[in-house]
Design a protein around this ligand. Sequence first.
Ligand SMILES: Cc1ncc(COP(=O)(O)O)c(C=O)c1O
Length: 365
Amino acid sequence: MNIPLVDIQERYRRNKTSIDMVVQEVMAGGQYILGANVEALEREIAVYLGCRYAIGVASGSDALTLSLMALGIGQEDEVITTPYTFFATAGSILRVGAKPVFVDISPDSYNLNPALLQKNITSRTRAIIPVHLFGQVAEMDSILKIASSCNLAVVEDACQAIGAEYKGKKAGTLGDTGCFSFFPTKNLGCMGDGGLVTTNDEKLARKIRSLRTHGSEKKYFHETAGLNSRLDEIQAAILRIFLKHLDEDNSRRKRAARLYEYYLQNTPCLLPRRNPESTHVYHLFVLLHPRRDLLKEQLLNKQIGCGIYYPLPLHLQKVFSSLGYKKGDFPVAESIAETSLALPMYPGLTEEDISLITQVLQEID
Ligand SMILES: Cc1ncc(COP(=O)(O)O)c(C=O)c1O
């Protein structure tokens, strides 16, 4: 048996003819960066998400950094986020020279716990970055309410949640900006690096567009120091093909999640809980198990992919040591980091695969 954690080539196999064709077209066309495909992708994603502006950038990490830069966040400022996320969320705060302030997560959703926000807001707080972890939208109503009452910006890290909805609105369209990653393993992933920022604010959109090309609106005239963070034409052309299949792929992920739920009832596995306000697009299917390490070993022995997202919460990472956090500061994040395991999840996962995977889990009590 060989079932990967993510089947990274599946999308290519399904769309080989059209991908090969668009790649050749771009190569022959000679416009390799920020051309017609990037513009079309930006329009198509804005329509898909239901927002006014979408700006293609080089990665999800840059989408976060550019959002903070456009909001004018920098030294002396504090930005609140979760310690249980991929490094880039908090890394972007450091990159603009601001201070990350971590707040623990809810045990149900693994997302930022809004009840803990208020007491972490100081006169220096400028923004909150909620992360829609594993594909489920954070509790945005409460987060937006607190942000608005304290005059804080909200930058949504929607890198893992493209297509997920919160009360009928798409993830990444609820805050001041939404940040997406097109890293190949993502629900909408390209064949290299890529990312996107969304916003409904015209001024922010203009700033982000300028910041992605070294802070210039007119070539060789620079108003601010931006980044080189442009999206390639080849990646945009491929993403336009994959975007057409995104909803169907997300539905197949949801079906796989339901099958896991079915096969894993009556086991000690604590399954991802669904927030009734949000749909879940299962970028990852992460369960909790008291004997996680044994589970991982048994799965790997049988050539079943699995992974730990994330083994060390951010407040305990060396890079953030100067912030002075210590073990015990965020008990929920720490306990989830010790017990969580991601099982294989991708649109092509079959019921037979899930039955085989869950047999291994059923054998462990
Ligand atoms: C939650 C989260 N934020 C940010 C990123 C950064 O995206 P990228 O790898 O495209 O820079 C990722 C993806 O890796 C992510 O999962």
